[in-house]
Design a binder for this molecule. Sequence first.
Ligand SMILES: *Cc1c(COP(=O)(O)O)cnc(C)c1O
Length: 389
Amino acid sequence: MNFLEEKVNALKEAGIYRELPINDTPIDAIIELNGKKVINLCSNNYLGFANHKRLIEASKKALDQYGVGAGAVRTIVGNMRIHEALEETIAKFKKEEAALVYQSGFLCNLGVIQAVTTEKDLILSDELNHASIIDGVKLSKADKAVYKHSNMADLERLLIEKRSQYEQVLIITDGVFSMDGDLAKLPEIVKLAKQYNALTYVDDAHGSGVLGEHGRGTVDHFHLHGQVDFIIGTLSKAIGVVGGYVCGSKAMKSYLLHRSRPHLFSTSMQPSAAAAIIEAFHMLESSDEYTLKLWDNARYLKSKLQQLGFDIGHSETPITPIMIGDEVKTMAFSKQLLDNGVYVSGIIFPTVSKGKGRIRVMVSALHDKDILDRAVDIIEKTAKSMHIL
Ligand SMILES: *Cc1c(COP(=O)(O)O)cnc(C)c1O
C-alpha cells in the first residue's frame, strides 16, 4: 500500500491534507465539533429538518412498522408501500406527473443520465455542474459537450453546430449552482430546448425546499411546470434526511424502474427515512413558515456582511460566499474562524477555479438574529486580524 501512502504524503506536503472534524451533536445552529461548541454555518440543512421532532416521530413509527432495512433492491422485495407513498407525495408536491426515489441525489444523477441516453445522443452540460452530473455523464454512452457557465450564446452555438447529428440532445444544468448560489437561466434554456428540439434536465438539489411556492423548487420559481423533462432533487439537503429523486413523466418512471442501475443493483431506501421525508413534505405543503424564516435569515446575514465591506459575490439564494481569492489565505481564514467559534467551509481549487477561493456561509431556518449577530461579529474580528477586511 506504499503507493497510497505516497499520495497521502503528497497531499500533506501540498498543505491540503485534512482531518475530518467530528461532530457529537445533532445538526443544529450550534453544534459540538471536536468537543467544542461552535456556530454551525456550513450544513445544507436549510430548513432545520435534520433534527426536527415531527420527522423523528414519523421515523420512529416506521421503524416499528417496517423494521430498519428494506431487505432487497426495489425490483425484488425492496418496494414497500411506504416507498410508493413517498413517490406519490413528492410528485404531488412538485406538481409533476411522477417521481422516482433514489438512495441519494448523487446516485440519482448516475442512474438517470446513463439510463436515458444512448450512443446516438448528445449531452450538453454547464461547466459548473455538480460532480455527480459529471460522473453520470461519464457513465453515459452519449457524446458530450460542455458549455460556458450559464452562457446561452455558447449553448445555442453547440445546438446549431451539433443538433442534426444526434437522435436526442439532453441539456443538463444545476438549478442553483452550489458554489456561487446563482440560478440557472431556466426560461432561456427551456426556450432553446424547444427551438432545437432538445430535452431538459435540471438538478435542483439546492433549489428544492428553498425556491418557489412553499419551496417547490426552481422550476416552480420560474413557472415552468410541465416544461422540464427531468427534475432532480435531493432529500438530503432542505428535506434533512437522505436520498434523491427524479420527477417527470409516468413513462420516464416506468422505463427507469427497468433500466436504472441503482434500482436494479442497490438496496432501496430504509423505510424509516422514507417516513421522515413524507412528513417533511407534508410540513412544507401545509406551511411556508420554514422557507420564510430561511430567507429572512439569509437577507439579514447578507446585508450585515455587505455593510462590513465583504465581497459576497452574486448569489441569488441563501448560499452566501465571502470571496477571498488566494487559496492559502482562504483556508487559513476558515481555520481561524473555527478556532474562534464559527464553522464555515473554506472552498478552493479544484472545487472552484484558481484564485477564486472563498468561504461559503450556509444560513438556515434554525438560526436566529442573535446567533447571526454573534457569528458576524466573529467573522468581522477575525477578518480584521488577518487583514482581510
Ligand atoms: C448535493 C448535491 C447532489 C448530491 O445529493 P446527495 O443527496 O447529497 O447525494 C447532487 N447534485 C447537486 C447539484 C448537489 O448540490
